[in-house]
Design a protein around this ligand. Structure first.
Ligand code: DC
Length: 226
């Protein structure tokens, strides 16, 4: 038996986090949502009207931010805390989604988040999802998955998810946001979203949720039980 790191990267809205959660549950591993960390920073920056062009202000704001995950004993899932406040719901809102790619493109922001992510994964037994987990955060990860799905299908899935939480965004708005974030996340200078050569690509357009989870769990078990 060996402990491994599972890196799950891919475009926005491919179902990375819901898949990663289920994979972690099946393997009794910890699920870590790296996007939630960038979202929490974005929420703080929005609340404090941090000017992204002013590097001093950005650095000061970053120093004032503490992000941690804490397990919700009912759902058994990790929730995101920003300076002690549970922001799990707040960070999923459209206002944050619209600003997160610009915030996460800032090198100082990435530096701080990446060092925290590495610390969280130092004992392995984690499933971490994001954009640069296999390429930059854990290039040595034993299992790297790159998830893709058709943009329309992704937008419809995200719409359904948001509607369950009270809605607030149209299909068109969601589709535009996903397209825009894919573009920004893939073209930024520092650790952009890329598929590394050693990543296994899974297109979830025509897969159902259980199938995609099983695929990854089976791949992981082969490595764990080797
Ligand atoms: O996974 P998500 O959609 O919640 O992530 C929100 C944003 O955070 C995404 O558009 C880009 C950024 N992100 C990143 O730059 N690197 C990561 N490892 C995870 C997310």
């Amino acid at each position: 038996m060996q402990d491994i790191i599972i890196a799950l990267d891919g475009y926005s809205g491919c179902g990375k986090s819901s898949t990663a959660k289920e994979v972690a549950k099946a393997l009794k591993y910890t699920y870590l949502d790296s996007g939630a960390m960038y979202r929490a920073v974005t929420l703080y920056f929005l609340r404090h009207q941090v000017n992204l062009q002013d590097s001093e202000v950005v650095a000061e704001a970053l120093d004032a931010i503490n992000i941690r995950f804490s397990r919700n004993e009912d759902s058994l899932l990790n929730e995101t805390y920003l300076n002690g406040e549970n922001v799990e719901e707040e960070i999923r809102k459209m206002e944050v989604s619209k600003n997160v790619s610009a915030v996460s493109a800032l090198p100082v922001v990435r530096k701080k988040m990446v060092s925290q992510q590495r610390a969280l994964g130092k004992d392995k037994r984690v499933v971490m999802d994001g954009r640069d987990i296999g390429s930059h955060v854990f290039p040595e990860a034993e299992l790297k998955i790159f998830m893709t799905a058709d943009l329309k299908v992704r937008a419809e899935r995200r719409m359904k998810e948001l509607a369950e939480k009270g809605g607030g965004a149209s299909l068109e708005e969601i589709e535009n946001n996903l397209r825009e974030r894919d573009k920004l996340d893939s073209s930024r200078a520092q650790s952009p979203l890329i598929r590394t050569e050693d990543a296994i690509e899974i297109d979830t357009t025509y897969l159902n949720f259980d199938e995609q989870v099983k695929k990854i769990v089976d791949l992981a078990k082969k490595l764990i039980e080797r």
